[in-house]
Ligand binder design. Structure first.
Ligand code: V47
Length: 387
């Protein structure tokens, strides 16, 4: 009934916004092309959001996923000099740090009283860290909490790790998995267009290289996420092209679990003069992701960067995931984020309920840990835990 109401509303709004033909494509489950994507970027936000909500409810009903996780940014030392980044420090610069494997383990041990299922480990590209270091931090994290799933190393870090190993990535990946790697996060993709790469992050791997590394990751049987950094100097055409390239790779490998639009936070970066996206832009980006990426199961409204009320609203604009408890976040807080560093599990549950959706605690690979929906709760591999 709710889904029928959502569909009727979407059809009406799309008709008024002259997006009726796109609405029919969405209802028929037909793939949207690049031109359609541009019309959605330019079209009425409510109509676009309502269409994305139809797809979200078709795939997931009211279910909304979250996890109990912690972030560990093992170094902020980086030699890529990306203009959008406020987190990076050069070696020797004030505030530069890197964590020993024992320090990484201590971060994980500090959360042993919490029901954490995932550690998300990403960092800068520190030119001096050797291959063995990356294996050691994985092993240290696993020793500290053997049940933990390690989601670590963006495609950019994997490129560096393979260079340090002096081996092809296809040989390195199984060694990382043997040391504890479970899956790969979606960062570092930025915007694939060469023009943007050249102007803002030319020392980093190119868009094509990012996609090639993601292909190798998926071929090694490892799931990953994917992202787009929006709201800096990219055009709408470049955004649609980025989504299309992700969709093509997903057709080939099926390895992406979740797409996360990352809204640019300008503070303390070299691009501090760029205003950055508004809440309206963020909601549209969620909706575009849901409508264009018809082959990626989940769309994440990452509450750390969107803020809680916008993430809650995004749950009716195409998103079905809000990320997790986080514990300690540095990348966005260095760049002006005013959200808390962490939330309690019970708060996440309540935000989702308050948004009119049904909370589902997942692990990194979307196995159900706990849900209010009894049929789902029974399939979980862990005992249900109270909210
Ligand atoms: O790679 C850096 C971006 C990424 C800024 O896979 C910035 O579940 C905006 O990828 N403004 C790291 N964005 C974060 C990331 C991520 C986060 C949460 C969940 C997952 C996941 C992945 O953040 C970087 C870069 O693309 N970034 N600086 C900035 N000032």
């Amino acid at each position: 009934m709710k889904q029928t109401r959502s569909a009727t509303r979407a059809r009406t709004l799309a008709g008024r916004a002259r997006l009726g033909d796109l609405a029919e494509k969405v209802f028929a489950g037909e793939r949207l092309n690049l031109e359609d994507g541009l019309r959605l970027y330019r079209g009425d936000l409510h109509a676009v959001g309502a269409l994305a909500n139809v797809v979200r409810e078709r795939l997931h009903g009211d279910l909304t996923y979250f996890n109990v996780n912690q972030h560990v940014n093992y170094t902020n030392i980086c030699n890529k000099l990306c203009r959008f980044c406020a987190f990076q420090r050069l070696p020797g610069q004030a505030g530069a740090y890197w964590m020993t494997p024992a320090e990484v383990a201590a971060k994980i041990q500090a959360q042993l009283a919490e029901p954490v299922t995932e550690v998300h480990m990403v960092a800068g590209i520190h030119p001096k860290l050797e291959y063995g270091y990356y294996l050691d931090i994985l092993r240290a994290a696993k020793r500290a909490r053997p049940s933990i799933h390690i989601k670590a190393f963006t495609m950019v870090e994997l490129d560096q790790i393979a260079k340090k190993a002096k081996k092809p990535l296809a040989e390195v990946l199984p060694e990382l998995v043997a040391a504890g790697l479970g899956s790969v996060p979606g960062g570092g993709a930025e915007v694939f267009a060469e023009r943007v790469h050249k102007e803002s992050y030319h020392l980093k791997i190119s868009g094509e290289q990012w996609l090639e590394i993601a292909r190798s990751v998926h071929q090694a049987g490892i799931k990953s996420n994917c992202t787009m950094l929006h709201g800096h100097i990219e055009t709408l055409e470049e955004r649609v092209d980025h989504l299309d390239r992700l969709r093509k790779l997903q057709d080939e490998t099926g390895g992406f679990q979740t797409y996360i639009p990352l809204s640019f936070h300008p503070e303390n970066s070299e691009m501090a003069d760029v205003p950055g996206p508004t809440a309206v832009d963020e909601l549209r980006e969620i909706a575009l992701g849901r409508l264009m990426l018809d082959n990626i199961p989940h769309i994440k409204a990452y509450w750390i960067l969107m803020d809680i009320p916008i993430a809650q609203t995004a749950l009716s604009f195409g998103a079905d995931d809000v990320d997790g408890t986080v514990v300690e976040e540095k990348i966005y807080h260095e760049a002006g984020a005013t959200t808390p560093q962490k939330v309690q599990r019970a708060e996440l549950v309540q935000w989702i309920r308050d948004a009119g959706r049904v909370p589902v605690e997942r692990d990194t690979l979307y196995n159900v840990v706990w849900s209010e929906d009894e049929s789902l709760a029974r399939t979980g591999e862990h005992a249900p835990v109270g909210a």
